[in-house]
Design a protein around this ligand. Structure first.
Ligand SMILES: [Zn+2]
Ligand SMILES: [Zn+2]
Length: 373
């Protein structure tokens, strides 16, 4: 991780920032172009390569990070907080936020919070804003019950490209467990049944379970367990546009965020590890079940040592639009890598009533002909 106390490093960042922001031909501010994967100048059209690297093999030590707060991203980013939904947005230091991408509110102010841990890896946008808009229009066309006014007037200008924060964790685990193993056996039982009021003896095979307790050890190394670091108002919709293909992750560079915003993680590192541990514990239980042989296996207890816990802060791309209709906010999300769509739209009471009445009328007509045929 970047050492903030290191003056030399701050210098490097400054140079990089100038290089990233300015077009070498006309001096305009360049933005990341998802189609070419280059930095493009919207003024003169010239493009510049970004050196794509995937060398980040450095895993950051988790326990060390808990002791010492990491603010390494502060030298690049400024934090804005939405006063309506609480989401925190990170922008380049020379930029200001005018509305919140997650709820559309314009009540947004600079936050006291640090930008925090600099991301290790980023999944660059592959879908352009125009492509995301096309997805939105297609999706809107299928909202048959959406009010006509909305279909005509949705505010596409509020479509923003946002990088959403995630944590990934690695850990070497060693568990000792106690299990109850059940083995099936069959006994022949005789019982009396009544046939036409007469008693009759029948024998049958009945399955029983013989239990014994066992214990053992289980070890597994977990690599890149992914958990969300965002609890913004659109979190539920983000689940629906997953998965992201993480083989597209590259080393974080400022250039990938040029023209885009990033959300500050609202789930702190420590809490993120709690979530990852839940995933890991579940996989350990499955691993133990695979290792123990029996017809039925009940896990009595598992005690795990989590060793060499390391983490990475990573960013994944989404296009998001929040639109107001009457008094409510509706959201629409597109996966910035795959184009998968998810959203909620208002429903027109008039349109729904019309369809209900139409269905009643059709049933009435069918009933009429059935009666008189
Ligand atoms: Zn230019
Ligand atoms: Zn907001």
């Amino acid at each position: 991780m970047t050492n903030l106390g290191n003056g030399e490093h701050t210098e490097t960042i400054k140079i990089e920032q100038t290089e990233v922001n300015k077009c070498s031909s006309c001096g305009g501010n360049t933005v990341f172009n998802p189609t070419s994967g280059k930095l493009a100048c919207p003024f003169c059209g010239s493009e510049r390569d970004i050196e794509v690297t995937r060398e980040n093999t450095i895993e950051n030590d988790f326990l060390q990070a808990l002791e010492q707060e990491d603010h390494s991203w502060d030298d690049e980013k400024r934090v804005f907080k939405c006063e309506s939904c609480g989401a925190e947005t990170l922008l380049d230091k020379d930029k200001a936020a005018d509305f919140c991408s997650f709820c559309g509110s314009s009540h947004i102010a600079t936050s006291e919070h640090h930008a925090g841990i600099k991301p290790a890896l980023v999944l660059p946008f592959q879908l352009t804003k125009d492509e995301a808009m096309e997805k939105f229009k297609l999706w809107m066309k299928k909202r048959y019950f959406a009010p006509s006014k909305l279909v005509q007037s949705y505010k596409l200008n509020k479509l923003s490209g946002a990088y959403i924060p995630y944590w990934t964790f690695d850990s070497k685990t060693d568990s000792s467990y106690v299990v109850q193993i059940g083995t099936y056996y069959y006994v022949t039982e005789t019982r009396t049944v009544y046939e036409d009021g007469k008693p009759k003896q029948v024998t049958e095979q009945v399955r029983k379970i013989r239990w014994h307790t066992d214990q053992g050890r289980y070890s597994e190394f977990f690599d890149d367990v992914l958990v969300k670091a965002s609890r913004n108002v659109a979190s539920g919709l983000i689940d629906k546009i997953e998965p992201f293909h993480l083989n597209g992750l590259v080393d974080y560079k400022m250039a990938y965020l040029s023209g885009f915003l990033a959300e500050r993680y609202s789930i702190p590192l420590k809490e993120g590890w709690g979530d990852a541990k839940g995933v890991i514990d579940y996989r350990i239980e499955n691993g133990i079940r695979g290792q123990v042989h029996g017809d039925v296996v009940n896990i009595v207890s598992v005690s795990t040592d989590y060793d060499k816990i390391t983490y990475k802060h990573i960013l994944l791309p989404i296009w998001i639009s929040s639109f107001h209709f009457k008094t409510k906010v509706y959201r629409f999300l597109v996966n910035g890598q795959t184009g998968k769509v998810s959203g909620k739209s208002p429903v027109s009471a008039v349109k729904v009533s019309f369809v209900v009445l139409l269905v009643i009328a059709i049933i009435g007509v069918i009933a009429f002909f059935v009666d008189f045929s």
